[in-house]
Design a protein around this ligand. Structure first.
Ligand code: PAN
Ligand code: ZN
Length: 217
């Protein structure tokens, strides 16, 4: 072992550099249109988010009018394995279902300890974070020129609170995986709605009670 440079350790696997395509080492993105090179985009439309929005009647009414694109994601997966990273460009359209802003499905990472960094590129939005173990929630702004840290074991959902597309890049360990089942079953404890002209996280139970009381949000 070299005592002057103990950061250089014998690789446990061949260095993957030669195995990575050059168009995975360098990717150019544009904001208008928001695209990551010529990567394919996975699209999520309104119908794909059935059960996500608090106001089911407003959801069905919107779906009768059409099935708009809510968001698209372009993943880049240059290499997989211990220590490697994947990332993806997300483009979330502006809009609301009832008072609730357009948002992503939201998920936990299948590998629970995996954290993620979100880099805001354009638009105005927020990340709804929820600790899986405690249920504690935080609503953190996601804006151009800002970075949001999503700790491991934290459910995360992106919300567009502005009038233009929200564009961001999420960077995560290659082994993170996406586990949608807990959010599909229990949803987030808070709903992000426009209240008094501003985004506000409101406990889901409070929204349900208000609707039962005949005063929909
Ligand atoms: C992001 C998300 C992206 C779409 O790349 O996958 O914002 O959200 P859903 O996956 O919840 O539909 C990420 O957090 N990756 O881990
Ligand atoms: Zn994630």
């Amino acid at each position: 072992m070299n005592p002057d440079n103990d950061s250089i350790k014998p690789a446990s696997a061949p260095c993957p550099l030669a195995a990575i395509a050059s168009d995975d080492l360098f990717v150019h993105y544009t904001l208008d249109p928001a695209r990551l090179g010529d990567r394919p985009m996975t699209e999520r439309r309104l119908a794909d988010l059935r059960g996500c929005f608090a106001d089911g009647a407003a959801f069905e009414a919107a779906l009768r009018r059409g099935n708009p694109l809510l968001y698209s994601v372009s993943p880049v997966e240059p290499a997989s394995g211990d220590g490697q990273l994947h990332y993806g460009l997300g483009v979330l359209q502006p809009g609301k279902i009832g008072a609730e802003y357009f948002m992503t499905k939201g998920h936990l990472h299948a590998h629970r300890p995996a954290a993620e960094v979100y880099v805001g590129l354009a638009g105005e939005g927020a990340m709804l974070l929820e600790d899986e173990a405690t249920g504690e929630s935080r609503l953190v702004p996601l804006l151009a020129h800002s970075v949001v840290y999503v700790p491991g074991r934290t459910a995360h959902r992106t919300v567009n609170t502005g009038a233009a597309p929200l564009v961001y890049i999420g960077i995560y360990p290659s082994n993170a995986g996406h586990d949608y089942a807990p959010v599909a079953k229990n949803n987030f404890r808070h709903v992000v709605i426009e209240r008094d002209g501003r985004p506000a996280p409101v406990p889901r139970a409070e929204i349900k009670n208000r609707r039962l009381a005949g005063s929909p949000v």
